[in-house]
Design a protein around this ligand. Structure first.
Ligand code: UD1
Ligand code: CA
Length: 496
């Protein structure tokens, strides 16, 4: 296996299979397991994610932090990033949308802290402080800043200590909406001024506050207690702790983020679309760096965890969801949706296929226009052709079903040929039953196989048969009324 970690993120998957290169995208996992960058820190770290805001500008009934980014709630991305740096604890301050937010993320490894009334970011953080030990460093993240990477957080943590705090800042062409970082003559940070409180001169500062900061809990607790809502918004601003630190000669270490796209905040649907595009581009870039050929990097959506082998090719408009693995030299045609599936080496998926929870062996041909519903397994060299639907079925090596067929709850051996228009009639209106088709059988076109039923090895089924009983191996079985020709029959003629 060629292990290839493209980002500083944990292995979110199970053990990688032989023959797969694993690209680890931290924020791709649907679970929150992992967490082992293995840093030895001077002080234990607690993360607090502020997520109680209403998000009025979303114009939506869904709370802002539950708005989907790459198929998962914004907040889930932030929690996954927090998990990746392996803190002692993660607290999420929630409020607006209350129970809806909690119940949308039932498995999140966090403790939930209610902020009943939204009185500002400083007030939000104070709600979590009673649960945090004085000896901890507190890392503050925002539920609406989802693209931040663990690497940036590690650097920020390394810059803070018992007598210093650190701040993540960003240089922006247009810093509208951001708090501004005011620096002194020697470049030292003096304070943060919110845009609504800023003079024209301060507004011209292009260095913005990302909101992400690290400070020792002992000092933070005291500072938060001293916040005043004497500002334009009448809120308790977390950002005011910076001036307090400066006054007490506590070192404030600013760190500029490498890529502004990492700290984009989401306040409305326009910004949500921008963040979606940024994430899409980041994932496409990771795939290209890993050696995948993308026909158009702007037209692929990876909404889950994608692991790839060598020389994989992906055509346009392909959507990956959940956990997907593509083996060496796999080719995916245009307009496919692939969810929670494995596709082994040298298999080609032709255009317009929908593949859900399938394990597809090597050297298979899939599609065009094939559909896999959950739980199917294909061995080597299987062909599934156009307008074939496969559900909860197994197909052995070299078996083929090329046209217009339904295979549901079927156990199919090796070298079986399923003719066009075959249906495994698996459902009697109440229960599902299995169809077994043993090695080397040949199913003529238009056969109805009424389950439960078994087609013996090497058996041939005549076209158009409705098979309701098991058929013996190596024999022709057919069920068909006799073909008759009526001599002297005349077509009706129109009455004049
Ligand atoms: C905040 C910062 C600003 C920074 C910007 C970066 C403050 C005062 N301002 O402004 O300096 O440039 O983020 O994106 O901190 N929240 C609560 N409870 C509250 C209020 C807010 O949990 O009472 C949460 C929100 O859900 C959100 C985060 O805190 O996740 C930030 O709040 P928001 O109102 O979006 O702050 P900004 O105006 O963007
Ligand atoms: Ca915001």
């Amino acid at each position: 296996m060629r292990g290839l970690a493209l980002s500083q993120s944990p292995d979110v998957g199970g053990a990688p299979t032989e023959g797969f290169d694993v690209i680890r995208h931290l924020d791709l996992s649907s679970s929150y397991t992992g967490a082992a960058l293995g840093y030895n820190r001077a002080m234990p770290v607690t993360v607090v994610i502020l997520a109680a805001g209403q998000g009025k500008r979303m114009q939506s009934d869904l709370p802002k932090v539950l708005q989907p980014l790459a198929g998962r709630p914004l907040l889930a991305h932030v929690i996954a990033t927090a998990t990746a740096i392996a803190p002692e604890a993660i607290h999420v301050v929630y409020g607006h949308g209350g129970e809806q937010v909690r119940s949308a993320l039932p498995d999140a490894p966090v403790s939930w802290v209610l902020q009943a009334e939204q009185r500002g970011t400083g007030h939000a953080l104070s709600q979590a402080m009673p649960a945090i030990d004085d000896g901890h460093l507190v890392l503050v993240l925002y539920g609406d800043v989802p693209l931040i990477r663990p690497g940036a957080l590690e650097r920020l943590l390394a810059a803070a200590g018992p007598k210093s705090m650190s701040l993540l800042t960003v240089e922006l062409e247009d810093p509208t909406g951001y708090g501004r970082i005011v620096r002194g003559a020697r470049g030292q940070v003096q304070r943060i001024v919110e845009e609504k409180d800023a003079t024209a001169r301060v507004r011209r500062i292009r260095e913005g506050n990302t909101g992400v900061m690290v400070a020792p809990a002992r000092l933070l607790r005291r500072w938060l207690g001293q916040l005043r809502a004497d500002n334009a918004q009448g809120e308790l601003y977390l950002t005011d702790v910076v001036a307090m630190a400066v006054k007490e000669k506590i070192e404030v270490v600013p760190q500029l983020v490498d890529a502004p796209s990492e700290v984009l905040g989401v306040n409305d649907k326009l910004q949500l679309a921008e963040v979606e595009a940024a994430l899409r581009a980041r994932r496409a870039r990771d795939l290209l760096v890993a050696g995948v050929t993308l026909v158009d990097p702007a037209r692929i959506d990876v909404r889950g965890d994608l692991a790839v082998g060598r020389d994989v090719q992906i055509d346009v408009n392909v959507v990956f969801e959940g956990r997907v693995r593509l083996g060496d030299r796999v080719r995916i045609g245009p307009n496919c949706v692939i969810r929670d599936s494995e596709i082994d080496a040298d298999t080609e998926v032709f255009p317009n296929c929908v593949i859900d929870r399938a394990t597809i062996g090597p050297a298979c041909h899939i599609g065009p226009f094939a559909r896999f519903r959950p739980s199917s397994q294909l061995a080597r060299g299987v062909h599934i052709g156009n307008f074939v639907e496969v559900k909860n079925s197994k197909l052995g090596e070299g078996s083929k079903s090329n046209h217009l067929t339904y295979l549901g709850d079927a156990v199919i051996g090796a070298r079986v040929n399923v003719g066009a228009g075959t249906v495994t009639c698996n459902y009697d209106g109440a229960n599902k039953s299995q169809t077994h088709i043993d090695d080397g059988a040949f199913i003529g076109s238009g056969a109805m196989l009424v389950a439960p039923v078994r087609i013996g090895a090497g058996a041939t089924i005549g076209a158009g048969s409705t098979i309701t009983r098991d058929t013996p191996p190596d024999k022709l079985t057919l069920e068909r009324s006799k073909q008759v020709t009526i001599d002297g029959w005349q077509r009706p003629a129109k009455k004049t």
